[in-house]
Design a protein around this ligand. Structure first.
Ligand code: PGA
Length: 261
């Protein structure tokens, strides 16, 4: 499960799209064609659960992941999909704690405690958790930093030090995500937050060394801004929503990153 440091990890979050299995297969197969040629990019496509089985891919440069998982292995949990079911299907990545699932108005209202249980279950199933953190708004005083710090501390609660290399953290400021985004984050802001996240993790484990946790950025990333983000923010990859729904756009994103390396 060790993540190769040198590759850029690009995760497509399809959210609740597309509307049919036929479309999902078409989109995935055109993405796969391009992604499998990339030497410097590792691609993970996270479709809705209903399409996972039909998109199972054998290549190792382009794999599928889930958008969530449940922390109990099996039992009376109506509507949930367990980490063990996903593990047994061969799933290697799962997004956990996306802001849309944390949101009580159109998601599940997931708490930091529930997210921590899901992260621990994911690791137990040898599934790399892609843990989303991010503030709703920014303020002059820097309260958003303490908000982020708490999210990270709660996500990592009780995780043994030797598992921090197996966790991916995706910084997704809510103000920069989706079609209602207020503005794009700047590569400098992303750079600063990635340092901040690493510092918080080092502090949790009381170590001076830089944690091996991969940091991704997500929020209105597209084929036009990805090169600047990748070159200037020092991050390890991206979590991409809207621009991953159009296979042509997404292929362009992969190619642009491939060319930088
Ligand atoms: P976006 O979404 O790329 O459409 O802004 C990112 C996300 O919510 O993961």
């Amino acid at each position: 499960m060790k993540i190769k440091k040198e590759k850029c990890l690009i995760v497509a979050n399809w959210k609740m799209n597309p509307v049919s299995s036929k479309l999902a297969k078409q989109n995935f197969s055109s993405i796969k064609k391009v992604a499998n040629k990339m030497r410097n990019v590792e691609t993970v496509v996270c479709p809705p659960f209903v399409y996972l089985e039909s998109l199972k891919s054998t290549g190792h440069r382009c794999v599928i992941g889930s958008q969530d998982l449940f922390f109990q292995p099996e039992g009376s949990y109506t509507g949930e999909i367990s980490f063990l079911q996903l593990k047994n299907m061969g799933i290697k990545y799962s997004i956990i704690g996306h802001s849309e699932r944390r949101n009580p108005t159109h998601g599940e209202g997931e708490t930091d405690e529930l997210i921590n249980l899901k992260i621990r279950a994911s690791l137990k199933g040898m599934i790399t958790p892609i843990v989303c953190v991010g503030e709703k708004t920014r303020d002059e005083k820097g309260d958003y930093l303490s908000f982020l710090k708490t999210q990270i501390e709660k996500a990592f609660a009780d995780l043994p030090k030797n598992s921090i290399k197996d966790v991916v953290v995706a910084y997704e400021p809510i103000w920069a995500i989706g079609k209602d985004a207020k503005r794009d984050a700047t590569p400098k802001e992303v750079f600063e937050i990635s340092i901040f996240i690493k510092k918080v993790i080092s502090d949790i484990y009381n170590t001076k060394s830089v944690p091996p946790t991969k940091i991704l950025y997500g929020g209105s990333v597209n084929e036009k801004n990805i090169v600047d983000f990748y070159k200037e923010s020092g991050i390890d990859g991206f979590l991409i929503g809207r621009a991953s729904l159009d296979p042509k756009k997404f292929a362009e994103i992969l190619k642009r990153v491939e060319e930088i390396k």
